[in-house]
Ligand binder design. Structure first.
Ligand SMILES: [Zn+2]
Ligand SMILES: [Zn+2]
Length: 192
């Protein structure tokens, strides 16, 4: 749920949209195209947009009877770690945003909570909660370096890609036991 709780908005903040020059007449349009630095924590644990990376906003602001409808796309780089092998992942984010920000005292304002529908704060729109929700929804919750990543051998931690096809700790252990028999060492457990 977006956190739309009112707080002081800085009109110079890159993710605050100023609607002063958008006439409050349904059908009025304005486009916003800008590149902004990504805020902190834009993503999930293993994957996200690095803080300060270039986010390209390509948005349309449209006056509707209840408020301002913001729609368009946000693109930027994504970096993370494969959940199976921990190798770095680089990808591109391309999310769609479509969200109504209601005017104060509109019917929508009176009949919904701020968790359901965002609000204009004066002439300003805080895009950050909506952007964060869209980004989190678009990112994989289990990122992989490739769909068939085989991951790591649970016994030695080496990447299966780097191991021979017959890599097998059981086999190595039985050979080791045989060797111990030959050398007369006690054939007890080899585990630490
Ligand atoms: Zn992987
Ligand atoms: Zn292994």
């Amino acid at each position: 749920m977006p956190n739309h709780a009112p707080h002081h908005l800085d009109p110079r903040s890159p993710l605050v949209l100023d609607t002063r020059d958008l006439p409050r007449r349904p059908g009025s349009l304005r486009t916003v195209r800008r590149v902004v630095p990504a805020p902190a924590d834009l993503g999930l644990g293993l994957i996200g947009v690095p803080q300060g990376a270039d986010l390209s906003l390509d948005l349309r602001l449209e006056s509707v009877s209840e408020g301002v409808l913001v729609s368009g796309s946000v693109t930027g780089p994504v970096e993370g770690e494969c959940g199976r092998c921990l190798r770095p992942i680089s990808d591109t984010l391309d999310v769609t945003i479509q969200e109504l920000f209601a005017y104060a005292h509109s019917t929508t304002d009176e009949t919904t909570t701020e968790d359901e529908v965002g609000r204009l704060q004066g002439d300003l729109i805080d895009l950050q909660p909506s952007l964060r929700d869209a980004v989190v929804l678009a990112l994989p919750s289990h990122p992989l370096c490739r769909p068939d990543c085989p991951g790591l051998c649970p016994d030695c931690g080496a990447h299966w890609d780097d191991l021979p096809a017959d890599h097998d700790h059981a086999q190595i252990d039985s050979r080791w036991a045989a060797l111990q028999k030959l050398t007369g060492a006690p054939a007890q457990s080899t585990e630490e």
